[in-house]
Design a protein around this ligand. Structure first.
Ligand SMILES: [Zn+2]
Length: 159
């Protein structure tokens, strides 16, 4: 199932596009922890208990975006052992990171649609998406830009 369809289904099933409420309804634990300066969050599934770990120092939006990103891993990549991939095939990790980010961005936009004549910038701001994510919105901004984003950013998700 592609991300777009998965997100539509999720929002319909849970009645919200809020990643924290979706996590709660799916019995995914969300913990805020001290993760240092560079890690925004990670997803773990030890003993089959799904947990989203979020850096407690992030601002409100970055927490939400991290929750959506990790929810993406939980739903899209639950069978992939990301720490293993990270060690051995960096390219695969990049791909799943890009997928998780696209998932997060699309989830946070949710069912909102641009108004007639509304620019992408105003539409995204209306959806609460900060400017640093705007260039990743369009279809054209797919893979190459996402990987550039990962190279340029100092902060990152643990997985
Ligand atoms: Zn990730």
């Amino acid at each position: 199932m592609d991300e777009e369809r998965l997100i539509k289904k999720l929002i319909r099933a849970h009645g919200t596009n809020d990643p924290l409420r979706i996590a709660q309804q799916r019995n995914i634990l969300v913990l805020y922890e001290r993760l240092g300066k560079n890690i925004w969050g990670y997803f773990s599934n030890a003993n089959r208990i799904p947990i989203i770990h979020i850096n407690e120092n992030l601002n409100r939006f970055d927490r939400l975006f991290t929750a959506a990103h990790e929810l993406g891993h939980c739903l899209l990549h639950s069978k992939i052992n990301t720490p293993f991939l990270r060690k051995n095939t960096l390219i695969s990790v990049d791909r799943i990171e890009q997928e998780a980010n696209r998932f997060a961005l699309k989830l946070l936009i949710g069912t909102a649609q641009p108004e007639r004549g509304e620019t992408a910038k105003y539409f995204l701001l209306r959806c609460g998406i900060p400017k640093w994510l705007h260039s990743y919105y369009t279809e054209a901004a797919s893979d190459s830009k996402w990987s550039k984003f990962w190279r340029d950013e100092q902060s990152f998700w643990g997985c």
